[in-house]
Design a protein around this ligand. Structure first.
Ligand code: UD1
Length: 423
């Protein structure tokens, strides 16, 4: 297992290009299952999670070929309905194949996802939605066995605007008989991207990007060519890194309109930010101001940037308060930041971050994708060389993070770890 060695104190400058959105690409890959033929998805990031989804699709009988970041998914012969634990345990988002499998084959067997590092993430809302549409579930040998002899439109009101449940239900509803209405739907840009591809494939969808999505089921979908939107979380990670390390960077292809609240909060923290159709520029000269923020479903502040912001605010000139409203235990990495000299206390879903003048390098672990990115950001500001282990978590969501930060002037390199990975 690799580790990253980061020596803090270098300011960042230059240009970095943002890749396609992980959380969009994964769902578009699953959606390709709906059409018979070759679906071409452009701008798919080369990250471990997309490779896992590629394995999921291959396991179902699809043929995949890569040409740079363009992925062709060929579904002739994709008659499989089973996704094994080995893959679901590597990436919980594998369960988004449930919707397309029910739509296409009226059955699916997907291993139940285990716990994960950011709290117990349930799938009850996905299942309740499918049940309303006529699906039945049983549990056998760790598998969720789903059948839907007839899949019919339904009124589905989500208790929480879950991203995964909205997408999964959407991908089944496009092929159900009649009309489905999803109320309290998630509004993330990735859902709009998925709906855009589904519409191109022949689906009838109104209201994606709002809290009410109406879907009129159709028969048969065409394979299409679609380009994944830029990754707003990756763009946000680079923006926060520049604010923490100081300096001025351009984040090419970042879409400011997908990052409104994040950019507002960075301005409040002292950054100068400009954006246009080429991307976003971020400059920061001094230690950040303290800020308060709460994470919420889109268009609220994204939970996937909460750890990185916490790393930034660790060296703010005062005390910040943050409230995590999306995941129940997304503070586990705080102990790692405190090992670097941060002064963060958590109680329930609140964290109080008293800014210290400087963090100090220490051996730390990446606990999940975003917590790993937070450790990298903390290390960019710290005194000395920080060793970050369990970097495979970072590789799940970021392609060559160290190479891209190094191109901006950071002192960062990857080394094979002498120790076995600790989870
Ligand atoms: C997606 C993103 C993830 C992001 C999250 C919230 C992908 C691959 N992942 O995850 O990066 O952090 O959105 O923006 O797109 N919940 C239930 N029951 C359910 C489903 C969800 O209680 O059936 C709860 C979860 O436990 C969690 C909250 O709802 O507390 C949000 O989950 P959800 O929006 O579904 O996130 P994911 O789709 O898993």
């Amino acid at each position: 297992m690799d580790r990253l060695i980061v020596t803090g104190g270098r300011r960042l400058s230059g240009t970095v290009r943002v890749n396609g959105a992980k959380n969009s690409a994964l769902k578009l890959m699953a959606a390709a299952l709906l059409a018979e033929g070759e679906t071409v998805i452009e701008n798919v990031p080369h990250i471990a999670d997309c490779l896992t989804m590629a394995e999921v699709l291959e396991g179902l009988g699809a043929g995949l070929s890569w040409d740079g970041t363009t992925l062709t998914v060929s579904t002739q012969g994709a008659h499989g309905v089973e996704t094994p634990y080995e893959l679901v345990s590597q990436m919980r988002a594998s369960i988004v194949v449930l919707g397309p499998l029910l739509a296409r084959h009226r059955r699916a067997m997907v291993a139940m996802p285990g716990g994960c590092n950011i709290g117990s993430r349930k799938i009850d809302l996905h299942l309740k939605g499918f049940e309303r549409m006529g699906a039945h579930f049983s549990y056998e040998h760790g598998f969720l066995n789903a059948t839907a002899p007839s899949l019919r439109g339904a009124m589905i009101s989500l208790d929480f605007p879950s991203v995964g449940a909205t997408e999964n239900i959407l991908m089944a509803a496009v092929a159900a008989s009649g009309t489905t209405v999803i109320e309290n739907a998630a509004r993330e840009p990735e859902i709009q991207d998925l709906a855009a591809m589904l519409v191109q494939m022949g689906a009838k969808i109104d209201g994606a990007g709002t809290t009410t999505i109406e879907i009129h089921g159709v028969d048969g979908f065409l394979p299409v060519r679609h380009r994944v939107i830029p990754d707003r979380i990756e763009a946000g990670t680079f923006a926060v890194a520049a604010c923490a390390a100081g300096g001025a960077i351009s984040i090419e292809s970042a879409r400011a309109e997908h990052m409104d609240l994040v950019l507002d909060k960075l301005v409040e923290a002292g950054a100068g930010i400009t954006g246009d159709d080429r991307g976003v520029r971020v400059a920061m000269a001094e230690r950040p101001n303290p800020i308060d923020f709460v994470t919420l479903p889109y268009p609220g502040f994204p939970t996937d940037l909460q750890p990185q912001m916490m790393a930034l605010l660790s060296t703010a000139r005062g005390t910040s308060i943050l409230t995590e409203n999306v995941f129940e235990s997304r503070f586990m990495f705080v102990d790692e930041l405190n090992r670097m000299g941060a002064d963060i206390r958590t109680e329930g879903h609140h964290a109080v971050i008293r800014g210290v003048e400087r963090l100090s390098a220490a051996p730390v672990r990446a606990l999940d994708i975003r917590a790993g990115a937070a450790m990298v950001i903390a290390a960019l500001t710290a005194d000395g060389a920080t060793e970050i282990s369990n970097i495979h978590h970072v590789d799940r969501g970021y392609e060559d993070l160290e190479g891209r930060l190094a191109s901006l002037g950071a002192e960062i390199r990857r080394e094979p770890s002498p120790w076995p990975a600790a989870h």
